[in-house]
Design a protein around this ligand. Sequence first.
Ligand SMILES: Nc1ncnc2c1ncn2[C@@H]1O[C@H](COP(=O)(O)OP(=O)(O)OP(=O)(O)O)[C@@H](O)[C@H]1O
Length: 516
Amino acid sequence: MAGNTSAWGRTNVWGNKSEEAVEPVVSFVDIMSEDLAQSLTEEEEKLVAGTSNQTQAASTPEVAMTDEEYARMLQREYDREFDISVTMEQQQQTPNTPGGKKGNSSFTLTPDRYYPKTAQESDDSDEDNDDEIRQLATDLLYAKLEKKTAVEQSGLSEEKGVTKHNPTLAARRNADKTLNDTVNLKTGDMISEEVSNRVFNTLRSFAKAETKRQHRLKDKEEKATMETSMDAKTRLELFKFINLGLIDSVEGIISTGKESAVLHAVLNENESTPDKKSHYAIKVYKTSLNEFKNRSEYVKDDFRFKNPRRVLKIWAEKEYMNLMRMHRFNLPCPVPVKLKRHLLVMSLIGDEEGDAAPRLKNVDWDFFTEEEIQDIYKQTESIMCRLFQDCQLVHGDLSEFNLLLCDGKVFVIDVSQAMDLSHPRNLHFLTRDIENVLNFFSRINAPTLPTAVALFNLITQLEMNEAEDLMLQVEAFSEENRTVDLRKNKSKPADMEWQIYNKEKVRGTSPGRDYN
Ligand SMILES: Nc1ncnc2c1ncn2[C@@H]1O[C@H](COP(=O)(O)OP(=O)(O)OP(=O)(O)O)[C@@H](O)[C@H]1O
């Protein structure tokens, strides 16, 4: 076999260099010529006849090409007989190894994958061949290693009497486990390496700890996603609203805040007039405890929410009740429609298209005259007065963020933290609301604004001193525990409210029925 390099297409079996077939240049006119087509067909027929009979000697250049094809076919058959392997010997100073090195080096290859089937393929770049050979060598090494490991895993090496407790054997097995990723750690290639038991155990415990850490991280990420997106329970409740015919569809999200997401829902009032739609805002309270931690101060002293364990569950109910109370006194606010668990459905403050009204914070005040701004302030002042005097409530978070402007009219929203006047710190929260509102209107240049004390006195009908700090006076007033006297029903204000609430619950008009 020495010197037979035909498998690589350099020479054929007879040791002759195969000549490159030179394609005759043919013009497009020739290709399309009927005569040429005819003569080629005839030649082909002659060729077939000549091949089958093997009688006619080749006399034309085309017959010489057939010779080459014959030679290639024979070559392939010849090689197939030696299908198992081809031994390539790099020989000293052979003509095919330019600048050939001295010395013998030989290796065995399975030719199937590398056998060049045409002269074209045999011209593959040296770089490709190098890659393939490297790949093959790696495969062989791995195959060898696997075989070895299989024997070792049985507990006995080929050498009789060597058990798995043999340190070298154990080290190799450790290396193999590490390499094959059974410890769940990416270590890279480790062929023929040994890993001591100590190192292996350290690696394994590190991998275990790392896997646990990854799982914890993933859990956290998933939880975070759940909190910010709509969970399964919320979706289920929305489907129920649709089944009840309360809404037809949820169109999108109006806002996602710290404590809730507000969705825009639509109900087609009448099938005959599809353009006539009712728009709703559905406030979905976030159910995570963290969001409500900072709210305990609002409810801890509110008689309606004495039991702190109920606080989380009834937060939505609190807003619903406050809206009901405000609606009863015709305050400009969303109309509460339905409460179910942590979902509150209310009318949407916005236009007929369903676009929600902007918050005072987002209004472009450059387009408003001084009179218009003054009017908007007066509306806000009236809301504060009526909220306190009629509804017996203090908003507790009133600012340009919770006042909407729709067609020149101011609406108040977000009253989940609004508190009853029996709350001992209600005047403290009222003072804060007053400061927020006056600061905002002063920023947008409302022409005539009262002092904080004047507004406080207007709302509460108390007589605080203009010359003194309002908050200090309020703190002193609260300490004297006079706040409770502010309620109209001075006998037992808390009991009265509680009785009304329970009566409504029995009649089935209270949101508590849906909630529980
Ligand atoms: N009935 C409604 N009609 C139109 N828009 C509304 C309505 N209710 C709420 N929105 C919009 O959703 C936003 C958030 O509502 P809301 O303030 O009640 O929730 P929140 O969780 O307290 O939000 P934030 O954390 O921003 O205070 C409001 O700023 C307002 O733009």
